[in-house]
Design a binder for this molecule. Structure first.
Ligand code: ZN
Length: 140
């Protein structure tokens, strides 16, 4: 069951001299990504149910206000989950095209360790760091 793998999956241990992003490595990361996606999908289903269950109108304005902010929070979470699912789909597409594991910006190997921690990483640590510095400068 690939969807159950992500929590138990131990980090991939490449054999000596194994090629970076060998088919086994790609399989490993695909399982992780599909596992995360599966869990996110399950969360979204649950949120929809919760919202339908709670769609009662409270007579007390205080109850109503807290219900509305709960809903706003749920919607924000859902939005974030949807975006993450989209990102995971894009990442899985990269596995299919053979682009997975390489930095989008400079083309170097992102590295197994980094991908293990962030399976959706598209930048190597150097480019990511530069990116963050740039973002901070823009924010100022
Ligand atoms: Zn890079």
């Amino acid at each position: 069951m690939p969807q159950e793998l992500h929590k138990q999956a131990s980090p991939y241990k490449p054999k000596k001299g194994e090629t970076y992003m060998s088919s086994k490595q790609l399989m490993h990361f695909r399982n992780i990504l599909e596992g995360i996606k599966f869990e996110l999908g399950r969360d979204i289903d649950r949120t929809v149910h919760t919202m339908q269950d709670e769609a009662t109108i409270f007579a007390d304005p205080n109850d109503r206000a807290s219900q509305e902010s709960d809903m706003a929070l749920e919607l924000r979470n859902r939005d974030r989950e949807r975006k993450l699912i989209k990102k995971i789909d894009e990442t899985i597409a990269k596995i299919d095209t053979g682009d997975y594991g390489y930095c989008e910006s400079c083309g170097v190997e992102i590295g197994l360790k980094r991908l293990e921690a962030r399976p959706t990483a598209t930048l190597c640590i150097d480019c990511k760091t530069l990116d963050e510095i740039r973002e901070k400068q823009v924010a100022k």
